[in-house]
Design a protein around this ligand. Sequence first.
Ligand code: NAP
Length: 520
Amino acid sequence: MTESSLIGFSRGSATNAFFHATNPATGETSDLSFCKASESEVLNACQLASDASLKMAALSGAQKAAFLRDLAERIEGLVDQLVVTMTSETGLPEPRVRGETGRTAFQLRMFADLVESGHWVDARIDRAQPDRQPLPKPDLRSMLRPVGPVVVFCASNFPLAFSVAGGDSASAWAAGCPVIVKAHHAHPGTALLVGKAVVESVRASGLPEGAFSLIFGDGRTVGHALVGHPAVKAVGFTGSRAGGRALFDLASLREEPIPVYAEMSSVNPIFILPGLGEERMNEIAGGLQGSATLGAGQFCTNPGIVFYPRGAGGESLVATYVGKMKETASAPMLHKGIRKAYGEGLDALAGCEGVEVLVPASDDSGGGGCHAGASVLSTDAANFLNNEKMVDEVFGPSTLLVSYDSLEDLIRIADSLEGQLTASLFGDGSGLSEFGGLLDVLETKAGRLLFNQYPTGVEVCASVVHGGPYPATTDSRSTSVGTGSILRFARPVCYQGFPDDFLPDELKEGNPADITRLDA
Ligand code: NAP
């Protein structure tokens, strides 16, 4: 059977080139084939999104909330089918599928609550002062409005929570934007199950047809066509640095450049401060192993590099960590491309001068050619600072352990790092003031700083920041997780001198929307 794209309320043709999903655990190819969208189907999806733009922008908070809640319920209702399809397409275990289904529904409901309350629009009011000297002040009022159609690229490593109805789409819909999703080639069946649920929700909630389309096809063809289309006003992406950067460059070269919010590459450094006893170091080694190997190391917040103090405590950490990583069973990665990149990344790191391989990754890549074993490599601060290749992300269950001697080493290291999603400090809180300089540098490098905690397991809430300076993302001012992610898909609009009747409720004199406003 052949499936095709969802173009608004219609199906794409099933006559173009097609592809199949492959089970990374076994190598078995799915019977279901997926037809790649044609050029005209991509154009049609963009036109529908463009046509839907004003209607989406006019939806009330309550209407958007009803849609998001309806969708959350439908996705929860799909969980048993998702377990079958997603496990076979991704090699991820059933508890992960159930957990990610819950997270996806939670995110949709979180945005429903946000837009229903209405406070997020950042309403600001400056009343007129006709008598002001030397010039009268006009009445100015501003609030956030949707940017227009958004293209979302599904993430391979979050087939639900950062794919068809994941965080990027949910925040764009919440802002009032139509969404066109480019499915990831590694989990098309999962994308289609969720995509069909979105179409049902769009219909049931009375949203316009172009509120959603799901496109199958290659990044370099349909992906480029979507990002290049004049109707598209912003892009959400999670994936490789090369892919995110290519889309960012493409969007910047358009006649009308648009923002690309790409979340890409991060080694999430861990800094273990001096003075911790061997027992504490062994404890940290245990927690680190859990964090570094979770989901076969395929989390954007995976801790890839650990800086530890030379000495007895450091030796204890290394010995315990090596023991634990040797005992870690290999697990399938999401697709062959990711498994290949993991092997190449490890080879490149092992080839750097001064790097020793303490735990080689197993060569056995399993029936599907995607299994990956854990790996540990080590070096010291001097070698690390001499080779900028060592900061490259190796996406998978590997860790580079780097010994250091002094606080000056740590500050030089922190200074040399690229932008990161996270940076973690482990230490005894009492002596932290001594490391204030390190913290000052890390604040310029990472979106989220952690103390005595591991970076994996990103809380979805109002205060979280899942972002950071390049190459962690293409826009360090943004977060792609939490309620703040809605700001990527909204822009401020100012109304000057308008009579009250013509203002949006959020800005009217009597505050009928009953929201918090900056009222000068
Ligand atoms: P990817 O190769 O960047 O692909 C992600 C999406 O972008 C896919 O839909 C892909 O299309 C599209 N794409 C890629 N390059 C493109 C280009 N030049 N122009 C237009 N579209 C493009 O990511 P992936 O498949 O998830 O994994 C590959 C590597 O990405 C991993 O090995 C890892 O290094 C990195 N990664 C990082 C994170 C993170 O959070 N830091 C997460 C996932 C992956 P196709 O369907 O045609 O491939």
